[in-house]
Design a protein around this ligand. Structure first.
Ligand code: 5CA
Ligand code: ZN
Length: 409
């Protein structure tokens, strides 16, 4: 599957520093020290509806990881999936009378446009679940031969007991896991499972559902977690730097993915850090496709809102915070964008070095975008109030804001 076009990233004087992030699995900070290649996997969309601001916030957060690493001189291997076959997609297609493939293609195309407009750098590998089926089958077969998977009426389940580290990503107790499993695509109530939490890896063919030849697994389709594991192992291998997504993916998705991979390879860990973005709410509740309280990036764009302002509105919130989208959030971002643009049009200004350093320091410190924006605000205020005589300083600030924050002035 193709990704979306890359925007150019200006190179800045000096070099960025190593990124320190909050890691869900340890509950604390990890300073990542990738080698030449830095490896990032971010869970992609399930394309049954348009990109909302919650998705946009999450992908913008991981775009900062990408940009910090580029600035620190790494070659970034970024991988993302598209869950282009799964229950919610099939249900929406059936409800609207659309072919599920057409729905997935239409929404994935819109997502690419939204990501391009928001200047989110594309992944190097963008892989669909359907494309990943040939990767999934041998993994499920191997887990079965290792005794880490079992069959139930033709479906194949992963046995969470097979990974000694199970629970080590989310650290939830059994009751909380059971509740979240039921809410987020699992089937803890199904009878005959070894452990109610065991997730499906291969779903045997059902009438009216798409299915593929699964070799010794029989006809069926892949489960959700094994899809991301197959894609991540294919393109990144074990022990990659960051596994990312919204905080709703910590359990079960990232927990199960880590256990699948650890049971498969006997290695630990699947990822060095599990990084989770907070959830964006609208009208009092988490913005979610199932609840329908959505503000779409594409709708705002159609209304003529500058996507740069949308990006600034997202960056005004720390990525780990849960926050609520309001019209005022957008208005504030539009005012900030006007102030910044007015400040960089002049050829001279206050010295820029401190601003570049401050943006770098803030982002390396757990992607603290609000602090980075405040540093640019202060520079822009000085420029407006007193100006400055450093030739080229506005250009330096403009390039730093573009390279590190993805904000084009
Ligand atoms: N396809 C799977 C991941 S493999 C999936 O969760 N798709 S999704 O379309 O439901 O979500 C895509 C990404 O957006 C996930 O990282 C999810 O955690 C994040 N996300 C969903 N809703 C919100 C929200 N309200 N705020 C922030 N991030 C969100
Ligand atoms: Zn995923």
């Amino acid at each position: 599957m193709h990704a979306w076009p890359a925007t150019t990233v200006p190179t800045l004087p000096g070099r960025g520093r190593d990124l320190s992030v909050h890691d869900t699995s340890t509950g604390g900070r990890v300073t990542l020290t990738p080698g030449r290649v830095a490896r990032l996997y971010v869970c992609g969309i399930t394309p049954y509806d348009a990109t909302h601001l919650g998705h946009a916030a999450t992908y913008t957060a991981f775009d900062l990881v990408h940009r910090v690493w580029l600035d620190a001189g790494h070659d970034v291997h970024y991988v993302q999936n598209v869950t282009d076959v799964d229950d919610p997609l099939l249900e929406r297609a059936a409800a609207t009378g659309m072919d599920w493939r057409e729905l997935a293609e239409r929404e994935t195309a819109l997502f690419r446009e939204d990501m391009t407009a928001l200047r989110v750098l594309p992944p190097r590998h963008y892989r669909g679940a359907v494309e990943a089926i040939p990767l999934v089958i041998p993994l499920v077969e191997r887990l079965r031969s290792l005794g880490a998977a079992y069959e139930l009426d033709g479906d194949v389940y992963f046995s969470v007991a097979s990974d000694a580290h199970f629970g080590g990503v989310s650290h939830l107790d059994a009751a909380a896991m059971r509740l979240l499993s039921a809410e987020r695509g699992g089937d803890p109530e199904r009878e005959g499972k070894k452990n109610p939490l065991d997730p499906l890896m291969w779903r045997a063919e059902r009438p009216g559902e798409p299915s593929w030849d699964g070799g010794s697994l029989g006809r069926g389709r892949p489960g959700w977690h094994i899809e991301c594991v197959a894609i991540a192992l294919e393109h990144l291998g074990m022990g990659f730097d960051v596994q990312g997504g919204g905080s709703d993916l910590a359990f079960p998705h990232h927990e199960m993915g880590a256990s699948h991979a650890q049971a498969l390879t006997g290695e630990f860990p699947f990822a060095t850090a599990y990084v989770h973005a907070g959830l964006v709410a609208y009208e009092g509740e988490k913005m979610s496709k199932s609840k329908g309280n959505l503000v779409f990036v594409s709708r705002l764009r159609e209304e003529g809102v500058d996507p740069v302002a949308i990006r600034l509105a997202l960056l005004a919130h720390h990525y780990r915070a849960d926050w609520e989208w309001t019209d005022e959030v957008l208005r504030e971002a539009l005012r900030r964008l006007d102030r910044w643009r007015a400040a960089v049009v002049r050829p001279e200004g206050p010295p820029a070095d401190g601003v570049v350093d401050a943006i770098r320091a803030a982002l390396a410190d757990d992607l603290d975008a609000p602090t980075a924006l405040a540093a640019v605000d202060r520079w822009a205020e000085t420029q407006t109030a007193t100006g400055g005589d450093d030739a080229g300083a506005p250009g330096v600030v403009s390039r730093a804001v573009d390279a590190l924050l993805g904000v084009a002035l």
